[in-house]
Write a protein that binds this ligand. Sequence first.
Ligand SMILES: [Ca+2]
Ligand SMILES: [Ca+2]
Ligand SMILES: [Ca+2]
Ligand SMILES: [Ca+2]
Length: 283
Amino acid sequence: MKKLLFASVFTLASLFSFAQCNFNSIYNFSFNNHNYTVVKDAKTWIAAASCAKSQGGYLVEINDTLENIAVYNAITQGATVSTTYTNTPDGGGTAYVWIGAHDVVEGTWIWDGDNDSIGTIFFNGEGSNGMNNGVVVGNNFVNWGNTGNGFNEPDNYVGYQDAAAMALAGWPSGIGFLGSSSQWNDLNPTNTLYYVIEKPFSVGENLITESKFFTLSKMSTNDWQLNGTASEPELIEILDASGRNVKVPFQGLHFNTESLPSGMYLIKLVPANNQIQYLRFVK
Ligand SMILES: [Ca+2]
Ligand SMILES: [Ca+2]
Ligand SMILES: [Ca+2]
Ligand SMILES: [Ca+2]
């Protein structure tokens, strides 16, 4: 009886903690062999990290300018989050989205988007709006709010800013003398903000790279022509939606899809340098 009671309490607790995360409004994208999800559900930093973990990921860890741009563009353009979707009182009235860094040990900034206190320490101290003793650790990428002349953030404003967020616009709102859009600010972790989950590709998962060198033209109903400036690929395959190689007649870069059922297909092009490219078409 005791055992049964324990089991049902445990189940209720699991259901309750699961229900706290809401993934009804999300935007998925891939970048550099990682999958990302912009979650349009406002959470505290700790709850957001726990929801990221529940998906097998962590709050996004931003390691270079390109990743920073990809994340910012995905939030504002892909997920179409308004740059004024919320008003953050301790962030100069600007809107932010949580990223995976905290300084629970005050002044020691660590990438720890799954909140288990294990991760890479990338910054120590505060910017010029705080104690002005901040230093980047090693070669880590850092994008704290700045106006081109050293970091203004983090500043641990009023003593309780322990979580990092990406700004969707300059701050303070409308003035922007501390930082600009896509830069980072330390905020009170109890703010409720949208968040971004990052997850490395699982084994066997590949990013489909569209070909830069070939285009596809439809000549008539089932006749297609590949055009490209590069030399002819060593190998061309047509894959169906399940990844199966379907055989179609090729004459040079011209092929016919009469024998194929309707659906989406990928043309796999393997050039001499072995850098596989893909083109997508729908019959
Ligand atoms: Ca990353
Ligand atoms: Ca961690
Ligand atoms: Ca702090
Ligand atoms: Ca701050």
